[in-house]
Design a binder for this molecule. Structure first.
Ligand code: GBH
Length: 493
């Protein structure tokens, strides 16, 4: 890093107290890794007995994904395990976060349809990682529900909690000897709102105002059931940890009006808290969320809240089902207070009485939603510590997108340096219990509704090339350097 860049990593931020680089090192046992997800990298969508998932159906439907692109081949990681693990070795990471495709293991979602070839694939991945000395962190559900289960309602059907825990049981049994870090669900907030309310992700439903709440209700129970299953049946032998990965922006009040400050707190409480509060606090939704959804429901003329309720025994089962906290964080939003003028129209966003915007001064990535605001991450980590206590945190995703294939990804290099330095500040100065950091992503991949046009990889993937050639970007080298040296002052290196 040149001298000027060391001082202020982003020109947009000239607040020396806040944005100056902190010199220092991460603890020796800090878990450095990179992350991917099954549908985004594997391809081989109908190979060796795999059943279709909701993302196969969704991407195969006209007009759902940018240029009708699909994950049919993606990075072809189904056939490229060796190259992927070689890249992990080049980076010097200690861990690799990937996800298991449910319909590769159970093609129709339930245990009657067990597919040994799917198990064999993940065993090959796990063996290759073991040989390389890289620790797996495995996500059970990164959005690719077996289509057969969507056909009976998907997450809006309570039975999913039972089917999910059967699937988790199979995975714990088959793979648990080699996996010490499990994540049940990736980003509940995203797949419930985008999949069941906005409709921009699979299964593409627009059950606005109730679908996301019902889906969320089921998945919280599914998570808790799987955590208890591990606790009862596997933990003593396998000695692993099970948790869940939430995503959250930092929510900064747009003005310093009292209303906007309260609105920003409400945004965090109703989005991150929707899932984090039941799991980390008391088995139930935040009081504020129950109040807001009930009130909005009443204004619509409904006699009961659109937010479902947990029974007392469900609350007991849900509370405390975590061994750490997984956090995916990318960006910051401004929040202003905004009450809806149309009470008959319902949605999660409207229930919150907020409006989210960005600051034009914030540097932008290629994704419209992704502004680069490193200091927001420090505030978010502080907020989590304040509300949920001293829980061990793994940053399970953090990264940014570009639109072109450039290998010289200067902005991403700055992004990682700035964000990771903020993690160091949270750790050293604020005493946040951060245990590890996973960059998103190991390589360019299928970016959901945006297809291949938004590239998050620290390795470039050439999707025109039959071999899906992978090439390290500058950011891969910068990340390896941070893993090695942290932010030691230059003279100490
Ligand atoms: C994560 O989602 C996912 O876990 C990962 O799979 C994904 O590749 C990565 O981050 C990068 O996106 O276009 O305005 O409707 C992050 C959450 C969900 C944020 C979708 C952007 C679309 C906003 N993302 N959302 S918009």
């Amino acid at each position: 890093m040149d001298k000027a860049a060391e001082k202020f990593i982003f020109d947009a931020f000239h607040d020396p107290g806040r944005d100056a680089l902190l010199h220092g090192k991460f603890p020796g046992d800090f878990l450095w890794g990179v992350a991917t997800a099954s549908y985004q990298i594997e391809g081989a969508w109908d190979v060796d007995g795999k059943g279709p998932s909701v993302w196969d159906s969704f991407s195969h439907s006209e007009g759902k994904v940018y240029q009708n692109q699909t994950g049919d081949v993606a990075c072809d990681s189904y056939n490229k395990i060796e190259r992927d693990v070689e890249m992990l070795k080049e980076l010097g990471v200690k861990a690799y976060r990937f996800s298991i495709s449910w319909s590769r293991i159970l093609p129709t979602g339930t245990v009657e349809s067990f597919n040994q070839a799917g198990v064999d694939y993940y065993n090959r991945v796990l063996s290759a990682l073991e040989v390389a000395g890289i620790e797996p962190m495995v996500t059970l559900y990164h959005w690719d529900l077996p289509q057969a289960l969507q056909d009976i309602g998907g997450w809006e059907n309570d039975m999913m909690a039972v089917y999910f825990s059967d699937y988790a049981d199979k995975c714990f049994r088959e793979f648990g000897a080699k996996i010490k870090l499990w994540i049940t669900f990736n980003e509940p907030l995203v797949f419930t709102t985008h999949g069941y309310e906005i409709g921009s992700h699979a299964p593409g439903l627009k059950h606005s105002g109730y679908g996301a709440y019902r889906a969320g209700h089921t998945l919280i129970k599914a998570h808790a059931q799987a955590w208890h299953l591990y606790d009862d049946k596997y933990r003593s032998r396998q000695q692993g940890k099970v948790s869940i990965a939430f995503n959250s922006d930092w929510f900064e009040p747009k003005t310093d009006s009292e209303k906007d400050k309260v609105a920003a707190q409400r945004a965090a409480t109703l989005s991150l808290g929707w899932f984090a509060h039941p799991v980390l606090v008391n088995g139930d939704y935040p009081e504020l969320m129950k109040e807001y959804v009930a009130n909005a429901s009443r204004l619509q003329g409904l006699s009961t809240s659109r937010l479902p309720q947990f029974s007392e025994s469900e609350k007991k089962t849900i509370a405390g089902t975590f061994d750490f906290l997984g956090l995916n964080h990318y960006t910051t939003s401004y929040v202003s207070h905004k009450a809806t003028a149309h009470p008959r129209v319902a949605s999660f966003m409207l229930d919150c009485d907020i409006e989210l915007t960005k600051d034009d001064a914030w540097p932008k990535a290629a994704s419209s939603w992704l502004s680069i605001v490193p200091w927001g991450m420090r505030r978010l980590l502080g907020w989590i510590k304040e509300h949920y206590g001293d829980v061990p945190i793994y940053i399970t995703e953090n990264g940014m997108s570009q639109s072109g294939m450039d290998i010289k990804d200067e902005l991403r290099v700055k992004y990682f340096k700035a964000y990771i330095n903020v993690v160091l500040k949270a750790h050293l100065i604020d005493g946040v219990n951060v245990k590890g950091y996973f960059a998103w992503s190991l390589m360019d991949n299928f970016e959901w509704a945006q297809g291949y046009r938004e590239k998050f990889g620290i390795y470039e993937v050439n999707f025109e090339h039959p071999e899906r050639l992978r090439t390290p970007r500058e950011s891969a080298k910068a990340f390896a350097e941070i893993i090695n040296n942290g932010f030691k002052p230059p003279e100490e290196k």
